[in-house]
Design a protein around this ligand. Structure first.
Ligand code: SF4
Length: 99
């Protein structure tokens, strides 16, 4: 995705982690609703959880992205794509109709 999107840093696995789970950790979870909604795009639109990212330190980035998604879901924020949203069935239908 990074190569396909003109090497936009927001598609780098490390960027996604730093700006989502990294931020949540650094701020001890004290983030605003707006900040959580900004993370939504990075965690769902910018990652398909394909598991192809490589970290030289052995950090399991897809697993951490999945964990960050679960944190957002616990706050009522779901994915922007139905297949990755994890949203309840009624919300999936609503998302599908909006697309
Ligand atoms: S799981 Fe796939 S899409 Fe997500 S950050 Fe890694 S390589 Fe990119």
């Amino acid at each position: 995705m990074f190569k396909e999107k003109g090497e936009d840093p927001q598609y780098m696995p490390s960027y996604k982690m730093i700006k989502t789970l990294g931020k949540l950790y650094k701020k001890r979870g004290r983030v605003s609703r707006d900040e959580l909604e900004q993370m939504q795009q990075l965690l769902w639109r910018n990652c398909v959880l394909c598991g192809r990212c490589y970290c030289p330190f052995g950090i399991d980035i897809p697993n951490l992205i999945a964990f960050a998604r679960s944190i957002l879901r616990s706050q009522g924020i779901y994915g922007v794509f139905p297949h990755t949203s994890g949203a309840p069935e009624a919300e999936c239908r609503q998302i599908n109709q909006a697309l």
